[in-house]
Design a protein around this ligand. Structure first.
Ligand code: NAD
Length: 219
């Protein structure tokens, strides 16, 4: 099948990584649906013919509407790139349960709902590809990332289950764990603190302050 006949859904497709992925797939010739909770499509390149679609990935019915609409219009879903996500920068001791729930609901439940809805139509067609965007914070304990890290860690496992179970239906699943330079600094700072020299490096101190920790926690 030619790439031009293929249909991709990119969640979180109106900004950041999702917008970049959507643009790349559209340039490759795919029909791309950028599904996002945002109503502002500032980063959407309209010259590429990407279709914005309003969805709340944390809402199972909203996700079902998305996949129904794409199937009704295009008749297929060949590719899902699940980028929609939220992060909260809070120390573990100061993370309210409501915040933990919100992040898990958006990042993990959202990944489950979108992945399952798309995988069902892909499995019925006998082919498809799913990429879930995790984070390096899901692979190891980064400070001030209790909710976010837990949600992203679970996405790694969920994706592995999807890959194992969906293979026999011709559907591939994989997750990517982006990092950022800032997090690499943070990890260095955490390792340094564990070794007993808490935040001696002024750059790391600024980073922790940046991440919402109180100055008294660093001195
Ligand atoms: N930027 C980084 O350094 C980095 C590093 C590691 C992982 N990630 C992950 O990559 C993904 C994209 O990150 P980004 O930096 O591009 O963020 P971003 O905030 O620019 O984009 C996230 C998009 O998801 C959408 N979204 C949020 N909640 C939603 C919901 N309930 N339903 C539908 N859409 C929703 C937002 O409107 C936004 O357009 C996220 O999952 C993030 O955790 C990013």
């Amino acid at each position: 099948m030619r790439v031009a006949e293929k249909v991709a859904i990119v969640t979180g497709g109106l900004s950041g990584i999702g917008a970049g992925v959507a643009a790349r797939l559209a340039r490759d010739g795919m029909i791309v649906v950028a599904a996002d909770i945002s109503t502002q499509s500032m980063e959407l390149d309209r010259t590429l013919g990407i279709h914005p679609f309003h969805v709340d990935v944390a809402d199972h019915d909203s996700v079902a509407s998305l996949v129904r609409a794409v199937m009704a219009t295009c008749g297929r879903v060949d590719c899902l790139v699940h980028c929609a996500g939220v992060g909260r920068v809070l120390p573990f001791l100061e993370t309210p349960l409501g915040t933990f729930d919100l992040v898990l609901k958006t990042n993990l439940h959202g990944n489950f709902s979108v992945g399952q809805a798309c995988a069902r139509v892909m499995a019925a067609a006998g082919h498809g590809a799913i990429v879930n965007i995790g984070s390096v914070s899901g692979l190891r304990g980064n400070a001030v990332r209790a909710a976010y890290g837990a949600s992203k860690g679970a996405i790694v496992t969920l994706t592995e289950v999807m890959a194992v179970e969906l293979a026999e239906h011709g559907v591939r699943a994989a997750s990517a764990q982006p990092s950022s330079r800032k997090l690499e600094h943070q990890r260095c700072a955490a390792v340094a603190s564990a070794a007993g020299g808490f935040c001696r490096d002024p750059k790391n101190k600024e980073l922790f302050l940046d991440q919402g920790l109180r100055r008294s926690q660093l001195d």
